[in-house]
Write a protein that binds this ligand. Structure first.
Ligand code: DQA
Length: 140
């Protein structure tokens, strides 16, 4: 089983950006946590982070027939992108949407997710543990 973890814009700024909302763990801490968890579960994991919508679309397309599941925090693109859900539909790879914060209890614009209908589940507000929960969901 090979899982691709995609993080959208500013997730690489974890630990620095708005720690009251996103916590003090850094992006490096996040990758280490996911890698350790995936190793325990015998899952191969690949990481991709980009601030550019088109690069995320390219990565999803390149995953066709190469990746068994996607764990995806599209960050701000969750609320704006049509191209990302179109790419997910094109490749048909089971995807779990993850948000560190509880987007549904924040500003109204964050309560809109264009990717949600293309995902098998959405985990929000569980901090960075949500990424590990997403791996479990893809395994089950
Ligand atoms: C986020 C929530 C988004 O609204 C925001 O733009 C992010 C992070 C989260 O993980 O809680 O960048 O996806």
């Amino acid at each position: 089983m090979k899982i691709l973890v995609i993080n959208g814009p500013n997730i690489n700024m974890l630990g620095i950006r708005e720690p009251d909302i996103y916590g003090r763990e850094t992006y490096a801490d996040l990758l280490e946590k996911i890698k350790n968890y995936a190793d325990k579960k015998g899952v191969e994991v690949e990481f991709f982070q980009s601030n550019h919508e088109g690069d995320i679309v390219d990565k999803i397309q390149q995953s066709y027939k190469k990746i068994d599941g996607i764990v995806m925090n599209p960050a701000a693109y969750t609320h704006t992108s049509v191209a990302i859900p179109d790419a997910l539909k094109a490749v048909g790879i089971p995807t779990v949407e993850v948000h560190i914060s509880d987007v549904d209890s924040r500003e109204e614009f964050r309560q809109v997710s264009y990717v949600r209908p293309c995902c098998v589940a959405c985990i929000k507000g569980h901090g960075t543990d949500g990424y590990c929960e997403a791996i479990d969901l893809l395994l089950s």
